[in-house]
Design a protein around this ligand. Structure first.
Ligand SMILES: Cc1cc2nc3c(=O)[nH]c(=O)nc-3n(C[C@H](O)[C@H](O)[C@H](O)COP(=O)(O)OP(=O)(O)OC[C@H]3O[C@@H](n4cnc5c(N)ncnc54)[C@H](O)[C@@H]3O)c2cc1C
Length: 512
């Protein structure tokens, strides 16, 4: 059994940005009383990059926002832009080599924009940020080892349980070969990313009529594209080679973008059908600027001062409508949201909690966005009649002879069966509430009453030191829905926010 001063579970951007800060403070700050023992536990074989920026995504996966919004303006963003330029030859040749047709098109369209520093138009292949994070972390790690300031142990295992023993945390680990062991740590950081995706097919018995992929990024996007190709190649009747995508979250439009650049895969698919409650893809970000961004409903509330959290959000929803119809006009949305936050600040604490826990996530869903290249890909697939966007509520899949039959509730409230048979079904419906999480770690943290789920259902209650329990810290998306002096975000699936929070968490971890 290993003993640690600090253990971090998860090794994605949340852990890496925190460690970069922590290592920086260790290397440059006053010496600590003793050398620190740090353990990082990661269930996947790759460290420092996490799901979006490493091998579980595709090299062709792009950032959701333009790179100018990916990192907030300031020193860190300048450093990243400098790094992108200094290392341009390296990452572009790597990308050209691995990315096929999508990479060639991307490089052709984006290299001139990078040359001219038009960062507001560049949606970067995400793996590039993964390389940047990894290089930065490894450089610090080397300094720490040279100066003998810390021992850093990397363990590939899934943390499945946590117990409190003698004011320490005992973490049970399950290794890839399913053997178990445990580590004991004084400080524990849970940085495991968003809660696992909702499983829509739990009730469905295993069958060989169709293949179901619950998580597009597990084991990896590329592996799942291979499964898709192999599965469809074995279907003799062309008309039965159909793909069903459940949900239309960001991973759905990412998948459509990747398929649109893979003629070999597209030719093996007869039809792609997406089913979602809205029947829409995330909105397209518009570069348009307007003379004014009127918010008459919010302005009226500001003027009268007579509103509750509920009427405030009603006004916000009305005012953002013109900014999200067909495309999302960012400055317009920004004005409505900042006015909402300004008015929300004047309400009592309970209303603020309701805002961060319930209404904030609703607003985020309304302004779901994607870059122009993703949007163009989806439009193209609709244009060539490869893609059908179905509006309805998914009920289940009925196994048939050579595929699954989709049962759903149509907008007219009638239960229906779709006309196609689906040979492959991919879940893109987003993460589950923590109370229903398939993560054994999250389940046990709740069951043992170590952590409490906040109003959002997607995050844990923490104090301003990031603590869900004494010396048990949360970092990353599981912080969403909190409101205190330091952490006041309704969602944290966002690198800029991780970069903002990581120095503060590093500070708390270093207090001895
Ligand atoms: C596909 C995708 C695309 C995204 N695109 C963007 C974008 O363009 N811009 C943006 O700002 N944000 C984006 N995000 C949001 C993203 O959540 C954050 O940017 C950031 O990556 C979160 O980092 P993380 O370390 O919290 O999560 P993750 O990257 O998910 O890392 C968590 C790590 O914890 C490990 N883990 C989980 N449970 C355990 C366990 N029990 N034991 C051991 N290890 C465990 C996982 O294997 C994983 O490596 C995207 C997210 C996803 C999933």
């Amino acid at each position: 059994m290993s003993m640690a001063d600090i253990t971090i579970i998860g090794s994605g951007a949340a852990a890496t940005t925190t460690l970069i800060e922590l290592f920086g403070k260790l290397a440059d700050g006053p010496p600590l009383k003793k050398k620190l023992n740090i353990i990082i536990v990661e269930k996947y074989a790759e460290f420092w990059k996490g799901i979006p920026y490493g091998a579980r995504s595709s090299v062709n996966s792009l950032t959701i926002t333009a790179i100018s919004d990916f990192i907030s303006p300031g020193k860190e963003r300048d450093l990243f832009f400098d790094w992108l330029k200094v290392n341009l030859n390296d990452w572009t040749s790597d990308y050209r080599l691995k990315g096929g047709m999508a990479a060639n098109t991307w490089l052709q369209n984006n290299l001139p924009l990078i040359e001219e520093n038009k960062w507001n138009l560049v949606y970067l292949p995400r793996f590039v940020f993964g390389i940047y994070l990894q290089q930065k972390l490894l450089a610090y790690l080397q300094t720490l080892e040279e100066k003998q300031l810390a021992n850093v142990l990397l363990i590939q295992a899934e943390a499945i349980d946590v117990k409190v023993e003698d004011a320490q945390y005992k973490v049970t680990l399950e290794y890839p070969d399913k053997t178990l062991s445990s580590i004991t740590t004084t400080k524990l950081v849970i940085a495991t990313g968003s809660a696992p995706v909702k499983n829509n097919m739990e009730e469905t018995a295993a069958n060989d009529a169709y293949v179901y992929i619950n998580d597009l990024y597990a084991p990896s996007l590329d592996d799942n594209l291979k499964t898709l190709q192999n599965t469809l190649a074995n279907v003799s009747d062309k008309e039965d080679r159909n793909l069903l995508i459940i949900g239309s979250n960001a991973s759905c439009i990412e998948l459509l973008y990747l398929l649109n650049h893979r003629p070999d895969l597209l030719s093996s698919i007869h039809k792609i059908v997406t089913i979602s409650q809205t029947g829409l893809m995330p909105g397209h970000i518009s570069e348009k600027t307007l003379d004014s961004y009127p918010c008459p409903n919010l302005d009226r509330l500001k003027h009268t001062g007579n509103y509750s959290i509920h009427t405030l959000i009603e006004a916000t929803k009305k005012d953002i409508q013109p900014a999200i119809q067909g495309h999302i006009i960012i400055p317009y949305v920004d004005r409505a949201i900042s006015l909402t936050v300004e008015l929300m600040q004047l309400l009592d604490e309970e209303s603020k909690k309701i805002f961060f826990g319930i209404y904030g996530p609703q607003l985020t869903r309304l302004i779901r966005r994607s870059g122009p290249a993703y949007k163009r890909a989806a439009d193209n697939l609709i244009g060539v009649q490869k893609l059908e966007l179905l509006k309805g509520k998914f009920l289940g899949i009925e196994p048939a002879n050579n595929g699954g039959i989709l049962n759903y509730i149509a907008p007219d409230s009638l239960e229906q069966q779709h006309r196609f048979l689906f040979k492959i079904i991919i879940n893109c419906s987003g993460s589950d509430d923590l109370q229903n999480s398939s993560s054994r770690l999250i389940y046990n943290l709740i069951k043992r009453k170590i952590c409490t789920v906040n109003l959002s259902g997607k995050g844990f209650v923490v104090n301003e030191k990031f603590e869900a329990a004494p010396h048990l810290y949360i970092m990353g998306p599981l912080l969403g829905g909190n409101m205190n002096k330091r952490i006041h975000f309704w969602h944290l699936e966002n690198v800029a926010r991780l970069l903002y929070l990581s120095p503060y968490l590093a500070e708390h971890l270093l207090v001895q």
